[in-house]
Design a protein around this ligand. Structure first.
Ligand code: PLP
Length: 384
């Protein structure tokens, strides 16, 4: 159950204030123990595991993930992470010169880079739909997306929850809109499992990539790629290996020798989540993040413009205008380092549109006092 001592379920030092679950996740102790155990079990006899057990266990664990997110096992492959899944899709989707990949102003940087690289190599281009921030608005996102679609748009990459701006987007409507114009849609759901209730069948995307190592408590290096039936034929992993002639998702099983312990720990992470209750976790985090943002807004005399309908378990909050750090990448990094080195607060500072922000997350180990500590630290830094 969620208690005031939930932080003890993790590895944080007592004096650490961890407000960045959205960054790299954090693995609970009991899941980490299961991970180490799985690792050791494989080490007891690597050859029989890889020769006799690998395929069965991969399939069982992938099926478990599919079931959890309301998908069919034959439509889902385990991947190392969301970037891995995205790369597989982009590399398997040939473009003609002058074709367009549609992204948005909020697309995660690494994903935008991959899209630009793949477009450039094929003489295609990337078009960015301008989404407004601050004062984000789902309708504006839909309008901007619609306005950016052209007869050359071959694939749209849209976020279900954005990274830097930390916003929940109207994903079903975005997918529907793209399909009205015959544009295939890849949904980046890196932050979604564990932050929102996820039913892969109802989104109707062409592809959906996600991480389990962010908000679902699986150790780092575990995600999945879901593909609609009509998109599976040419789909191969980004690392070409023994299984590429097999049909999806079996083509993703053996992609070179790698450590299976992350996906072998999926049952332990699912048990951890189920013991707490996924609904309870999401509700706790959603309530706490709104409380945390309100607390910072009051302390710093700023207003946060993120609507509750676009909020999951993270939020971007503007830093006070008179913070004595320049709105540059260097200023952002220095402030983030100062928060960690002097206050043991881990929280990403973000430069967005020539302004400095801080992105806070809420997870079961957080409490209102954590955001108070952040508020006080920033006030102290301002006075220094
Ligand atoms: C929206 C979004 N997409 C993709 C990624 C990439 O995730 P990974 O590095 O685990 O592949 C991130 C990482 O934070 C993200 O925030």
């Amino acid at each position: 159950m969620l208690t005031s001592s939930s932080a003890q379920l993790f590895y944080f030092d007592e004096d650490t204030t961890y407000l960045d679950h959205g960054g790299y996740g954090a693995t609970p102790r009991e899941v980490m123990s299961a991970y180490i155990e799985e690792c050791q079990k494989v080490e007891e006899a690597p050859r029989p595991f890889f020769e006799f057990d690998f395929y069965n266990t991969w399939q069982q664990h992938a099926a478990m993930v599919a079931q959890r997110f309301s998908a069919q096992a034959e439509d889902l492959a385990l991947t190392n992470n969301a970037t891995d899944g995205l790369n597989a899709v982009l590399r398997s989707t040939p473009l003609q010169s002058d074709d367009e990949i549609l992204i948005t102003s909020w697309t995660y940087g690494a994903i935008a880079n991959a899209a630009r690289y793949m477009a450039r190599r094929q003489g295609a281009r990337v078009i960015e739909a301008p989404f407004h921030y601050p004062n984000p608005n789902p309708e504006q996102c839909l309008e901007a997306l619609k306005a950016a679609i052209t007869p050359r748009t071959k694939i749209a990459i849209v976020d279900h929850i954005t990274s830097a701006t930390a916003l929940v987007l109207p994903i079903e409507k975005m997918v529907q809109l793209c399909h009205e114009y015959n544009v295939a849609v890849l949904v980046d759901g890196a932050h979604v499992p564990g932050q929102l209730s996820l039913d892969l069948q109802t989104i109707h995307a062409d592809w959906y990539v996600a991480n389990l190592h962010k908000w679902y408590f699986v150790p780092r290096g575990c995600g999945f790629l879901w593909a609609g039936k009509q998109r599976q034929i040419e789909l191969v992993p980004s690392v070409l290996s023994w299984d590429i002639e097999k049909p999806f998702p079996h083509s993703f099983e053996w992609i070179g020798t790698r450590d299976p312990s992350t996906w072998l720990s999926i049952p332990a992470a699912f048990n951890f989540m189920d013991h707490l209750g996924e609904n309870n976790v999401r509700q706790h985090n959603h309530t706490l993040i709104k409380e945390g943002a309100a607390l910072l807004a009051k302390a710093w005399h700023i207003s946060s413009t993120t609507p509750a309908s676009m909020t999951g378990s993270m939020i971007l909050v503007p830093l006070p205008a008179d913070i004595n750090f320049p709105a540059t990448d260097e200023g952002r990094r220095k402030l983030q380092m100062l928060l960690w080195n002097s206050y043991k607060i881990a929280c990403p500072c973000i430069l967005y549109g020539n302004k400095l922000y801080i992105r806070i997350s809420a997870q079961i180990y957080n409490k209102a006092a954590d955001y108070e500590k952040l508020a006080q630290a920033i006030s102290a830094i301002k006075k220094a």
